[in-house]
Write a new protein. Structure first.
Lengths: 454, 404
């Protein structure tokens, strides 16, 4: 490749492919390449400070996936696994959680406040969830939430509502850590919802035991205008199973995960596949984004990854896949509500303590109304999300409700993130305060597909 | 019982009934009375008789304004879906038909809500069956209703009212007017009381009717009180001036009426959404709830956004009513509901006109009318800004002296 060609600006660094350089542009680009050359280092011209180490940049690590434990096959193939019943409702409008739900939420709230929030800033920077936080979330029993009681979990009926309340409470601590903590449980819940007897017997014991594996729901793909219902990742039938090819993006904890649920197109329909991390043909690389960084987001590449015939989770007509997409969007709405509440709880005392022009800024309508609007839209997001969740738990169709919740949580959630930073002014822009992190995290809500579900 | 935000099952018949009335009685005369402003919609007398009959038979919970009172006597702790939920849901349904006509419904005025909310038992009985308008606003007093200048002076066993009230909904048609007046301006808001004034009381006259942007089927009157003598027993609630309680007594009415206005905005906006969805479907545009909004047409994406905002307002409205049904404080939630419903009401009706193009703008459809009707719902019973002020003070824990 000639120097000139390699200097072509478009298609990289966020530069549109239509851009062209004038002579000064070429000069600047050349200087920049020189600045990047390690020649400078060899002759000792670069200040040590310029040798920034980005532990989590894309070239930071590239690895094969974690070696998975041996999930010893058990149970009967082709036999439907255990299914929990839908929640019973008497048709009474009611916003009160059940006693069990309230107890669960109280415990998770405490975890969020005492363990998750204090660890959030460092985890965001390191793109890594601390072991202690994940261990504490396991202690609370998060992975058991969506697993049927008969299989060692705690779910007696559909857990979408409880899962929503838990995700909200956990995200009040931190969205990124919440995603890391909820990812294994999401896979366990998926197994509870759609697994065959064999799949449940094979994988769920690991999730209900003491050494819970990292696991992730990989639906997203790195394309613009990505439509999750039409994944570019393909599954091809072979004599003894399927071969998967494609790239999944923003997969939480991909490097640690021992089990993936991968979305792929099989004969034109989207289908979920269980893929163990030791499967040959998998490669994982760091894929950090603007936020949700504590979830150690990765890109998972599948090249000729062969999986057995019983790796299909659910059906092959797209039904389970569609429900999975909806439940995942619901989880992201819950995460947005929790994070939005964190913003409101943070800015409320701040604007009352911060003085300008001789009085607290909260005494000014322009400031106070911004806080009022955060409160109004947040409560609206919560109610619309709860409606979708309660319908999901009751086994009713919730396609419309979850679509409305996602739209509202993406739009208003982002607005809350924006206003949170704005209310703190310059202080909001620096990392001394968490509002800039919530701003980055809340952008995820309209973008994310998969990763977690309730 | 699990969390459930679906419409209460027990009100399905009520809502269905209101929907049929809205569709078959209000819609056919909707445009007629939008054009014939100030003409009395006599069709409504028949409807009012029907609603009264249904209420007598126990088959209905009324068209809304009848009951927003908290049942203090019930002792059991089970979750209630009661009068307040029934009211907001049936009002929303009627306003899906026509907001102006709902406001003109005999015996369902905002004054009736005030009576139902603050009158004592004896007054409840004495004013049963009246049609009461509500007179608060004055030429120099809008949102700061604590500052009203109409006076009530005790003279023997009568109060003498003096002052000018504007924007009295159904002020000409109603047979009674609930008037806010101050017993002593120097005592501030605590001295503001409400009085029920029967039509025809000497010293009270309707000065003029307004010509308006929307809700033209509803008459909006200016009423002048000149040495108007009202029996002392027509003062609603307690005549004592309790400076500690302050304005709370009179303002309590608003906690009950704000969810009703939110319901009006929700109903009107749904009329626009329903028609626009249908018109767009005929033009080949439908929302796919499972596809990302950005992968759909701009029209579908906008419709999805409006429907999401609508759902938000609807659920905030239900929440405020549900809290009242279960005897929990709801002043914050009532204001949230009205703020959200008021603003998305206009955004939706205006957005639907835009999506429908000249079909939406022309009088050949009702979309342009709904876009005019909806605006008042972000103004009366407390403007958008007043609701934000209330929410902000509550959330921030600030007094009205701190956050002005």
């Amino acid at each position: 490749m000639s120097l000139l060609q390699s200097l072509r600006p478009g298609g990289r660094h966020g530069v549109p492919s239509t851009e062209s350089r004038d002579p000064i542009g070429y000069l600047v680009a050349g200087l920049n390449r020189l600045a990047q050359s390690d020649l400078l280092d060899r002759v000792g011209l670069r200040r040590p400070a310029e040798q920034a180490v980005f532990t989590a940049t894309r070239s930071g690590f590239k690895t094969i996936t974690a070696a998975s434990r041996t999930f010893s096959a058990a149970g009967t193939k082709d036999q439907q696994g255990v299914r929990v019943a839908p929640a019973r409702t008497k048709g009474v409008f009611d916003l009160t959680p059940t006693e069990d739900e309230q107890m669960l939420v109280d415990v998770v709230r405490e975890l969020a406040e005492e363990v998750v929030r204090p660890a959030a800033a460092k985890a965001d920077e390191a793109c890594l969830a601390p072991e202690a936080v994940l261990a504490a979330s396991l202690e609370v029993g998060l992975p058991l939430l969506g697993v049927p009681e008969a299989l060692g979990g705690i779910s007696e009926e559909r857990s979408a509502m409880a899962g929503t309340l838990v995700a909200e409470a956990l995200a009040h601590g931190d969205m990124g850590l919440a995603v890391a903590a909820l990812a294994p449980g999401s896979v366990a819940t998926a197994l509870g919802l759609w697994g065959t007897d064999a799949q449940q017997q094979t994988y769920l014991p690991a999730f209900t035991g003491t050494d819970v594996p990292a696991a992730a729901l990989a639906l997203n793909e790195p394309t613009v205008l990505f439509d999750v219902l039409e994944p570019a990742t393909t599954a091809t039938r072979t004599a003894d199973g399927f071969v998967l090819d494609g790239v999944k993006s923003l997969v939480p904890q991909g490097a640690q995960a021992e089990l993936f649920v991968v979305g792929a197109s099989l004969e034109g329909r989207p289908v979920l596949f269980l893929v163990e991390s030791s499967t040959p043909g998998l490669r994982v690389e760091a894929d950090p984004g603007m936020g949700v960084r504590a979830a150690s987001l990765t890109r998972l590449t599948l090249s000729g990854a062969a999986v057995p015939a019983d790796a299909v989770l659910g059906d092959t007509d797209g039904t389970a896949y569609l429900e999975c997409v909806r439940l995942s969007r619901l989880a992201w709405c819950a995460l947005a509500v929790g994070t939005g509440q964190a913003v409101l709880d943070y800015v409320t005392p701040y604007v009352k303590e911060r003085h300008a022009f001789g009085e607290p800024i909260a005494h000014r309508q322009s400031v106070a109304f911004m806080v009022a609007n955060i409160a109004i839209e947040l409560q609206a997001m919560r109610l619309v999300t709860y409606k979708a969740a309660s319908r999901a738990a009751a086994g009713k169709d919730f396609a419309r409700e979850v679509a409305l919740a996602r739209k509202l949580c993406a739009d208003k959630g982002m607005q809350i993130g924006l206003d949170g930073v704005q209310l703190l002014g310059g202080h909001g822009f620096v990392k001394e305060h968490p509002v800039e992190r919530w701003y980055r995290d809340l952008r995820a809500v309209g973008v994310m597909e998969g990763s977690v579900l309730v | 019982m699990p969390i459930n935000l679906d419409d209460p099952k027990k009100f399905r018949p009520l809502v269905g009934q209101a929907h049929q009335v809205a569709m078959n009685m209000l819609r056919p005369i909707s445009r007629k009375y939008d054009r014939a402003e100030h003409e009395y919609p006599h069709e409504l007398d028949m409807l009012a008789a029907m609603i009264d009959g249904l209420a007598e038979s126990g088959a209905s919970e009324g068209a809304g304004a009848a009951g927003v009172r908290r049942e203090e006597t019930e002792a059991d702790a089970s979750v209630k879906n009661g009068t307040n939920l029934a009211s907001v849901m049936s009002i929303a349904e009627m306003c899906w038909g026509d907001v102006g006509l709902l406001l003109s419904m005999p015996r369902q005025g905002l004054g009736n809500s005030a009576i139902a909310s603050v009158a004592d038992e004896e007054q409840q009985q004495r004013f049963a069956g009246v049609w009461a308008g509500m007179a608060i606003t004055e030429p120099g007093v809008g949102s700061d209703s604590a500052n009203i200048k109409t006076t009530a002076t005790l003279d023997g066993d009568h109060y003498v009212l003096n002052g000018e009230k504007i924007y009295v909904t159904s002020g000409d048609r109603a047979d009674h007017i609930v008037v806010w007046a101050t017993l002593d301006r120097s005592l501030g808001r605590a001295a503001i009381k409400s009085f029920v004034v029967p039509k025809g009381t000497p010293g009270m006259r309707v000065d003029r009717l307004e010509h308006k942007l929307g809700i033209r089927a509803s008459d909006t009157a200016t009423i002048i009180f000149e040495d108007c003598r009202v029996p002392a027993e027509n003062l609603l609630g307690s005549p004592d001036v309790d400076t500690k309680q302050g304005f709370a007594g009179a303002m309590a009415t608003f906690d009950n009426t704000r969810p009703l206005v939110a319901a009006m905005a929700v109903g009107c906006a749904r009329a626009s959404l329903d028609l626009t969805r249908d018109l767009l479907a005929q033009a080949g545009v439908a929302v796919d709830y499972d596809r990302p909004a950005q992968n759909q047409s701009a029209a579908a994406s906008r419709l999805l956004q409006m429907e999401a905002d609508w759902e938000a307002a609807y659920l905030l409205m239900l929440q405020a009513a549900w809290l009242a049904d279960n005897r929990q404080p709801n002043s914050l939630e009532a204001s949230m509901a009205k703020a959200k419903a008021g603003r998305v009401g206009s955004d939706i009706t205006l957005g639907c006109v835009e999506l429908a193009g000249s079909v939406g703008y022309s009088e050949s459809e009702l979309l342009e009318k709904w876009a005019r009707d909806s605006k008042i719902l972000d103004i009366f019973e407390g403007t958008q800004q007043i609701q934000q002020l209330i929410v902000a003070r509550r959330v921030l824990g600030l007094s009205s002296a701190e956050l002005k």
